[in-house]
Design a protein around this ligand. Structure first.
Ligand SMILES: Cc1cc2nc3c(=O)[nH]c(=O)nc-3n(C[C@H](O)[C@H](O)[C@H](O)COP(=O)(O)O)c2cc1C
Ligand code: SF4
Length: 514
């Protein structure tokens, strides 16, 4: 009898040796004359357990991890294919407390399905959302997305339904759906995990968006640094065409939707939506002045939806399970769930999808297990390189767009990077300015010049040159960048700097430079 074993092909798991483990499992099965079906799934997101090997048994999937190639003969000897006991045995995957306590809606299939199989996707509830969408009028699809309370997960948290409605209302011969898969924020990987582990959910979400607003062409703007996602997306798109979920006659509806992947140009600013559109058009990634909004005049001057991967991959669940179902998760104006990514100096890093409303402390300690170094956590940066540093005294703040804004922080794309008490916050502030100087598209002065001056001013503070006056100058400069920049790169770089000044002022003192 053939056994089914799952070993992730997720880039994170591969970096920890999942490829070698998969080879060792196949080799050992051949040597023992055993029949094996090896499925290369996505990661479950518990990266400290990767490579996580799962075995399908009559009683459900059983997990073993972290597995090294050298462990493989021992696993066979322990009869792991039949759930045998072994020091690496973790029991039923669904009962691992870290996973069992999550509320996975967008990530429900990630790590579960075979990302290369349309049939497996359908068995696990795939394409139910598109089926329902095709039974509704265009306005009703957009209304469902509005009613769900879904806000963009790329960073700005703009209501998705309003964006779609604007595109729907435009009269144009051609409209587009574009997916922002540039995922440039530090410590973020949820887009990548979906694209590698459940790419068809993004394909389905984009198809629903196209049908909803009358767009027949979609583009996924994928960062070139994601070769595994590139392969899995292209595979999923080809499979969807073959099964007629894409193309001239989507699910026999007579409606067309075509989809392609375009590789990014390797600049952080290409994640800003108007730069992304420029880059998609084959130009230098430079910010466009708004208005007009992309929803009115976007790609090639046509009405265009720009949404993040997670936003679009969540849409099938909303259409399938209903707006009310989705809206019942969350708090205040933050409805549904958020896939939070725990990274940096954290013991149990990975992806946690929970309804909005749990605290940073719960994420950092209940899920993350505290710092990897075992030292006290001093600060976390929430929302990528432009996010504020949150001190330990504010860890009871809820993961909620408004609650974080209330303490001068932002949730962004849901990435949390952890620092212990050895961090030098003045250096982190300097890094924020330096990052902006390197990544600035150069279109506006506060960002292009301001960021370079910011680095110089911080250097003077650290050199002990007129420290008080230079701290004042740094504060003024932050205010100028905040008020005068054309886009969020220059406009939000002050957040990490101001928060470091506010909460960790003691670090802005002269020290020996290396
Ligand atoms: C400097 C900068 C970088 C950005 N990078 C990304 C990115 O990598 N991915 C993303 O989805 N949104 C990014 N955004 C936000 C996008 O401009 C835009 O708000 C988002 O793609 C819209 O999709 P959503 O409504 O689904 O979030 C960035 C914004 C700025 C200012
Ligand atoms: S803020 Fe920076 S990145 Fe944005 S438009 Fe101005 S120069 Fe370009």
């Amino acid at each position: 009898m053939s056994s089914t074993v799952y070993v992730p092909r997720d880039a994170g798991a591969l970096s920890l040796g999942a490829g070698e483990v998969a080879q060792a499992i196949s080799r050992e099965a051949s040597a023992r004359g055993l029949e094996l079906r090896l499925v290369r799934n996505g990661s479950r997101g518990a990266y400290w357990l990767e490579p996580l090997v799962e075995v399908a048994t009559a009683g459900g999937r059983l997990a073993y991890g972290p597995v090294m190639p050298a462990d493989v003969p021992g696993l066979y000897a322990a009869d792991f294919l039949n759930g045998g006991q072994h020091p690496l045995a973790l029991g039923p995957t669904d009962s691992i407390p870290w996973l069992a306590s999550q509320q996975r809606l967008t990530f429900a299939r990630v790590g579960v399905v075979d990302p290369t199989s349309v049939a497996d996707y359908v068995i696990h509830g795939g394409y139910q959302g598109l089926r329902r969408a095709l039974s509704l009028g265009l306005e009703a699809i957009v209304q469902a997305v509005s009613d769900s309370g879904l806000r963009g997960r790329g960073g700005a948290a703009f209501p998705t339904g309003i964006k779609w409605k604007t595109v729907l209302e435009q009269r144009a011969a051609q409209k587009y759906v574009t997916c922002n898969a540039d995922e440039g924020d530090s410590g973020t990987f949820s887009d990548r995990m979906v694209m590698e582990g459940d790419p068809l959910s993004l394909v389905e979400g984009m198809t629903i968006a196209g049908i909803a607003v009358g767009a027949t062409q979609g583009y996924i703007y994928l960062r070139a640094e994601y070769p595994h996602a590139y392969r899995s997306l292209n595979h999923a798109i080809a499979a969807a065409y073959q099964a007629r979920y894409l193309g001239a006659d989507v699910m026999g509806s007579g409606k067309r939707f075509d989809l392609e992947v375009r590789l990014g140009a390797g600049a952080y600013i290409c994640g800003e939506e108007t730069s992304m559109l420029e880059s998609l058009e084959g130009k230098r990634g430079e910010v466009r002045v708004r208005p007009p909004l992309p929803a009115i005049k976007g790609l090639f001057g046509q009405p265009t939806i720009v949404n993040n991967v997670i936003t679009l991959a969540t849409v099938p669940t909303i259409l399938h399970q209903g707006a009310e179902f989705y809206k019942n998760f969350g708090m205040g104006k933050s409805r549904g769930t958020l896939p939070v990514q725990l990274a940096g100096n954290i013991k149990r890093g990975g992806l946690v999808e929970r309804a909005f409303g749990l605290s940073l402390r719960e994420l950092l300690y209940d899920y993350g297990g505290g710092s990897a170094s075992g030292r006290p956590i001093r600060a976390v940066q929430v929302g990528g390189p432009l996010g504020a540093y949150v001190p330990a005294s504010q860890f009871d703040t809820a993961v909620d767009y408004e609650a974080l804004a209330g303490i001068g922080a932002m949730l962004g794309h849901g990435g949390i990077v952890v620092f212990d008490d050895t961090v030098d916050m003045a250096r982190m502030a300097r890094y924020a300015m330096e990052f902006c100087a390197v990544e600035s598209c150069g279109k506006c002065t506060p960002c292009r010049i301001g960021s370079t001056r910011g680095v110089e001013v911080i250097d003077r503070i650290l050199d002990g040159v007129e420290s008080e006056r230079n701290v004042q100058l740094l504060e003024d400069l932050c205010e100028t960048m905040l008020q005068g920049s054309l886009c969020g790169l220059g406009g939000m770089t002050p957040f990490p700097v101001q928060s470091a000044l506010k909460h960790f002022r003691e670090d802005f003192r002269a020290r020996t430079r290396h």
